[in-house]
Design a protein around this ligand. Structure first.
Ligand SMILES: [Zn+2]
Length: 265
């Protein structure tokens, strides 16, 4: 007799619980979001081995596919890396009493920011997936000039057709002296951003050359120029400089990913 959908889900949940229980017997890895220790983080879609040779040869830098999900809180590597960078740079103190705009907000980072009691914390997404997130197009932010002390826009630009407009909008709504965090996957060994390539049209091709089916470009090192051209002063803070004691496999983060700190003067 065929198993009901509910029974199948119960089985999946049970298997996941057993796996997590066994994983929790280990102590090697540590999640900075939930504080749990365990044997290993979960991989993302087959891990780094499954990434195309084209992207590998360009040193494509983004998520850590080998140490992606925390088995307990389901935080992903990008959230953990931001948490560690913000811890080390005392960002949390700066959010207290500040005005903050968070585009496509990461769940765990959003909770951390809320706990800092910002004066105003606006969350927006083109297609909100959670309650409390407003419908917002990053290329037409419905806010006045010079409104925010901080804008967080992480792993968004690679999805946005007019990313220059998005950058100019973020710049516009930031107060002078305000800071934008602009984490974005990019290929340091690629001189010019690859986009609008007519030979890359299928999902399989976008996965191979852009890194994900819904990415519409592969940023090269000229990503930095693109941010600077929008008016920002840009600092790339390296993991090795800010987090020299943090082992990427233990913390489940990609140590090749710098923190993009863009400031409006
Ligand atoms: Zn966790």
């Amino acid at each position: 007799m065929a198993m009901s959908y509910k029974a199948q889900q119960d089985n999946v949940g049970l298997i996941r619980k057993i796996r997590r229980g066994i994983n929790g017997l280990g102590r090697k890895c540590h999640c900075c979001i939930c504080g749990k220790r365990f044997m290993r983080f979960s991989t993302y879609r087959g891990g780094w081995d499954a990434v195309s040779s084209y992207l590998k040869q360009l040193d494509w830098t983004g998520s850590d596919f080998d140490h992606f999900w925390c088995p307990f809180c389901r935080s992903h590597d990008r959230e953990r890396h931001l948490k560690l960078y913000f811890d080390a740079l005392n960002f949390w103190d700066k959010f207290k009493g500040a005005t903050v705009l968070h585009i496509a907000p990461e769940k765990h980072i959003a909770l951390c920011i809320e706990s800092c009691q910002p004066k105003r914390y606006l969350k927006g997404d083109i297609v909100p997936a959670r309650e409390g997130v407003e419908v917002m197009d990053v290329t037409a932010i419905p806010e006045a000039d010079n409104t925010f002390d901080f804008v967080l826009c992480n792993h968004v630009l690679e999805h946005v057709p007019d990313d220059r407009k998005a950058l100019s909008e973020i710049f516009r709504v930031l107060k002078p002296g305000g800071v934008a965090i602009l984490q974005t996957p990019y290929a340091p060994e690629l001189r010019y951003t690859r986009e609008r390539d007519p030979s890359i049209s299928t999902e399989a091709q976008r996965l191979e050359f852009y890194g994900q089916e819904d990415h519409i470009r592969l940023y090269g090192i000229d990503l930095l120029d693109r941010i600077l051209e929008s008016g920002f002063d840009l600092q790339l803070k390296k993991h090795s400089a800010v987090l020299p004691e943090v082992d990427s496999a233990v913390a489940g983060v990609n140590s090749a990913e710098p923190l993009f700190v863009a400031r409006k003067h």
